[in-house]
Design a protein around this ligand. Structure first.
Ligand code: ADP
Ligand code: MG
Ligand code: ZN
Length: 479
């Protein structure tokens, strides 16, 4: 029986979230509620006689990514026209880069369930986005609406080498690129809004062979979960075809999330169909050494390096370090919190209570109602033993609904740990009086019963007795 090795390479398109479009001064619109065609000028509407001008900020964003991916940046790269014949790009072509892209030959290292992986980056180039078509009455062609707000928006395309070999690796790679772009401040990462689009190419080859098999490309993936499912589905589908002696057909597929299957979209265009040629209206894109050095010097710490630092500096487990650095905002929040409370407690509270609160609501840390100082005040009360851990968790819930501070809520509800010797002695006395058999058992040598009696006394205090003092008092009364 032949065994096959899955082979995957990804094309990722990310919107470069600059203020204006790639080749004109039109603003980038953020909201899906924006009026159609509210940000359109003669350049992005493709009027004859207009001239494009490259957006320097977009190039700088692209350079950040290229450098973070350890690419070779071309001192001179070239924009090219790629034929395109739908009305959402009225020029009849898309400005892209072809045989002389901005950057090539990079790599990225990231974590996967099976250990760290390095994937080679084939190229990073700049292009413009298309507008949006809305087909009325389904696809019968009765009418289509054209919205050019997105036409001319700067896109970065990141193409990997086919170095990925499982659905899990594909997901981990895409997540790594996603957090990298967020850390670099060039893309906010919303897959559902189409700001970050992932297209996996998937093929199988006979295990041990060095030749690649025929690949398909899957489009329309709007979550990492869909990405992983689509790749796993294709691996399975192609394996079944090859096992049955049938060929894999090279094609572009869509992903149907509801049915959990891929569906044919259109046959694959070859490069010739695009009839690329150098864009005559734009000069070659020149990146000086000085500019490149400036961009390099301003790069922030990247997620992979930051995770390693978190392990060293804060003594975190590798897993916690990774979870806390996948998102720059989370990592920043953690570092703020860790200024005021022990790092381990900061990590536990964030990955535990805070993440579950956010996940239940599908929110990011930016939407968390408490700033790091407010949370630190609560974490410190628990760490200092002013309140029990369980109490602290319910106080957090209260802070998130009522908006009060930890101190206010603890004082108002009288939740603080009680260290008054009289009160503690009273709870211990009552517990011992209520359980004479256990007291006798303990005194007869069953030392384990002490823990039982401790629990009873703690219960009488509603969990508020200072555990250390309670322990001491219990030992004293038991003699
Ligand atoms: P195109 O631009 O026509 O889609 P490319 O050759 O630029 O073609 O490749 C695009 C992507 O497909 C790259 O990410 C590459 O790694 C991946 N790829 C190429 N060949 C294969 C293959 N046999 N199996 C899986 N992925 C592949
Ligand atoms: Mg492709
Ligand atoms: Zn415009």
């Amino acid at each position: 029986m032949t065994t096959y090795e899955p082979v995957m390479g990804l094309e990722i398109h990310a919107v470069l979230e600059t203020r204006t479009k790639m080749f004109c001064a039109c603003p980038m619109l953020g909201s899906t509620h924006d009026q159609p065609n509210a940000a359109v000028c003669p350049v992005c509407a493709g009027m004859p006689g207009t001239l494009p001008v490259a957006n320097r900020a977009a190039v700088e964003f692209a350079l950040r990514v290229a450098l973070a991916l350890e690419c070779e940046v071309s001192p001179v790269s070239v924009f090219a026209r790629k034929s395109y014949f739908y009305p959402d790009l009225p020029k009849g072509y898309q400005i892209s880069q072809y045989d002389q892209p901005l950057a090539q030959n990079g790599l990225i290292t990231f974590h996967t369930a099976a250990g760290d992986k390095t994937v080679r980056i084939r190229r990073v180039h700049i292009e413009e986005d298309t507008g949006k078509l809305t087909h009325l009455n389904g696809d019968d062609g009765s009418a289509s609406l054209v919205d050019l707000n997105r036409a001319g928006v700067p896109l970065l395309e990141i193409v990997s080498e086919p170095d990925l070999h499982s659905a899990d690796d594909v997901r981990a790679y895409a997540v790594a690129i996603h957090s990298l772009l967020r850390a670099l401040g060039v893309n906010s990462g919303d897959l559902e809004k189409g700001l970050f689009r992932i297209e996996p190419n998937i093929s199988l080859r006979v295990s041990g062979s060095s030749e690649y098999g025929t690949r398909v490309e899957v489009k329309n993936l709007n979550s990492f979960r869909s990405l992983e499912r689509a790749v796993a589905y294709e691996i399975q589908r192609q394996t079944a075809l090859l096992d049955a002696g049938q060929p894999v057909v090279q094609q572009t597929l869509g992903w149907d999330d509801g049915r959990g299957t891929t569906t044919p979209q259109r046959s694959k265009e070859d490069a010739e169909d695009y009839r690329y040629f150098p864009e005559p209206d734009l000069p070659p894109l020149v990146v000086s050494r000085e500019w490149l050095a400036e961009v390099r010097a301003a790069l922030p710490e990247l997620p992979y390096a930051r995770a390693q630092r978190f392990e060293r500096q804060y003594g975190l487990e590798a897993y916690d370090a990774r979870v806390l650095t996948a998102d720059t905002d989370v990592a920043n929040y953690f570092e703020e919190l860790a200024k005021n409370v022990p790092a381990k407690a900061a990590a536990n509270w964030l990955t535990g209570e805070v993440f579950s609160w956010l996940n239940e609501r599908g929110l990011g840390i930016a939407a968390f109602p408490l700033n790091s100082e407010a949370l630190a005040a609560l974490v410190r009360m628990a760490a200092d033993g002013d309140i029990s851990l369980n109490t602290a968790k319910s106080v957090l819930g209260e802070m998130l609904t009522s908006g009060g501070t930890a101190a206010e809520i603890v004082a108002a509800k009288n939740l603080g740990l009680v260290s008054d010797p009289e009160a503690i002695a009273g709870w211990v006395r009552a517990a011992l009086a209520a359980h004479p058999e256990q007291v006798a058992g303990y005194q007869g040598g069953k030392t384990g019963l002490k823990q039982f009696l401790f629990g009873q006394a703690m219960r009488l205090s509603d969990g508020r007795a200072d555990p250390g003092l309670l322990q001491e008092e219990l030992a004293r009364q038991l003699g």
